[in-house]
Write a new protein. Structure first.
Length: 437
């Protein structure tokens, strides 16, 4: 969930850039519109490891080179580093030609002016805007402005469950409500094994989970005019509900407070954890030695047990967008590359490899995306997923509130009480770090 220099750099983005000053940026491609020879591409880490991503992507980049004569220099960037790398590139003017961004970052990075706007002419160059699913286009930048990126992979959260662990515990079906999840979780947490895994030190994942719980409690975290609203009773309740999986209900192992790099998926594959809330986890499970019959997938829990809109939302609109740095020396090549990556053939190839859903309508109709596991994700995206706020401050929201949740998990792991008052105090501190409007 990720995402030169402009005359008007938003205050939130500028503050994040300053915190990232020590991170290096890559130079742009050495080609040019007159003599396009190379492109530099920063890809997000979608697979079980960076090496897995290279094995998936390199054959496709070789195919692009064969078709166009343009060589693509690939760098797969870990999620923990990606946002800071992009922000540093934006302020230095030295970055890749094309890059992946988490779709939730689109509005924040758009506010820097660093990314190429996708106006009607640019969309036409890659086959037209109407090729893309509407829900995916809804997370490409601020409404009423030209998008800052185009959709590449679409994802949604679901509840993955370990069939063997459920069978051993005598549990016949996955939980549909949070009360059921806690009751089920207490049966599963024993003998050194935990019911559900979290990534307590992963700021973006923290935000995704508390945003969805916020929707279920009636919180949006931002007012209608874009002001931070982190301390409402409903926002506090959402954050506390998530951390209480460890702090109160004890169905998350304390060590998960330090997880930030898919360790919860590894625990799941090793029968150490029975459930995990994740987006498109199938490829990672396969890479870790699981076969499809060993795990199941169900909609993420909602209060009523029936996912839908409003308080029955059970996922954010997850996904990866493809962006072009405005100062690329090879705009023509970059446009060709975006067209190639969003072509029907590549959309089918790449999304099959990652277990995600193509945001291109015609590619999405391929039978490969109709199996039961992917059907849950497709239905969620169509009926019960909500886009994170498309405001310039979104990336700082992820940083400050994601950090607050991380600190609360650390408290829970250390045995310190997590109370409504302590949660509100963390969120008040986070809100104070946001720019004033």
């Amino acid at each position: 969930m990720r995402r030169i220099r402009a005359a008007a750099v938003g205050a939130v983005t500028l503050s994040l850039v300053l915190t990232a000053a020590a991170c290096g940026g890559s130079t742009g491609g050495s080609g040019s519109d007159k003599q396009p020879k190379t492109l530099t591409y920063w890809a997000s880490n979608q697979g079980a490891s960076i090496e897995v991503d290279k094995k998936v992507l390199q054959p496709e980049l070789d195919r692009f080179e064969k078709q166009t004569g343009i060589k693509v220099k690939l760098e797969v960037v870990p999620w923990a580093d990606l946002l800071n790398r992009i922000l540093t590139a934006a302020t230095s003017g030295q970055g890749p030609d094309v890059l992946n961004i988490g779709n939730t970052w689109s509005a924040s990075l758009q506010s820097t002016g660093a990314l190429l706007p996708w106006d009607a002419k640019n969309f036409e160059a890659i086959g037209g805007k109407d090729r893309f699913v509407e829900s995916a286009l809804g997370s490409t930048g601020v409404q009423a402005q030209d998008p800052a990126a185009v959709p590449l992979y679409s994802m949604a959260y679901a509840l993955y469950y370990n069939k063997k662990m459920f069978k051993d515990a005598g549990i016949e079906k996955p939980p549909a409500t949070w009360d059921e999840l806690i009751a089920t979780g207490q049966k599963l947490t024993k003998d050194g094994k935990a019911a559900i895994g979290v990534e307590g030190a992963n700021l973006s994942n923290n935000i995704h989970q508390v945003f969805v719980l916020g929707k279920q409690h009636g919180a949006d975290f931002f007012t209608a005019d874009g002001k931070a609203d982190f301390t409402s009773d409903s926002a506090v309740a959402a954050v506390k509900q998530y951390v209480d999986l460890m702090a109160t209900h004890k169905i998350v192992a304390p060590g998960n407070a330090e997880y930030a790099q898919n360790q919860s998926l590894s625990d799941f594959a090793k029968d150490k954890t029975a459930m995990v809330l994740w987006q498109t986890a199938s490829a990672t499970f396969k890479a870790q030695g699981m076969i499809d019959d060993e795990w199941g997938v169900a909609p993420a829990p909602v209060p009523s047990g029936e996912p839908g809109a409003g308080k029955q939302t059970n996922s954010m609109v997850a996904g990866i967008n493809l962006a072009v740095f405005k100062n690329t020396k090879n705009l023509d090549g970059a446009m060709k590359f975006v067209k190639f990556m969003t072509s029907d053939e590549e959309q089918k190839t790449l999304n099959k490899a990652y277990g995600s859903i193509p945001p291109v309508k015609t590619a999405q109709q391929d039978p490969a995306f109709s199996d039961p596991a992917l059907a849950v994700l497709r239905d969620t995206l169509a009926t019960s997923a909500s886009a994170l706020p498309q405001v310039p401050e979104e990336s700082q929201f992820e940083t400050v509130v994601g950090t607050a949740v991380k600190e609360l998990f650390a408290d829970a792991a250390a045995g310190r009480a997590v109370t409504t008052e302590s949660v509100k105090a963390k969120l008040e501190k986070a809100q104070q770090q946001m720019p004033k409007k």
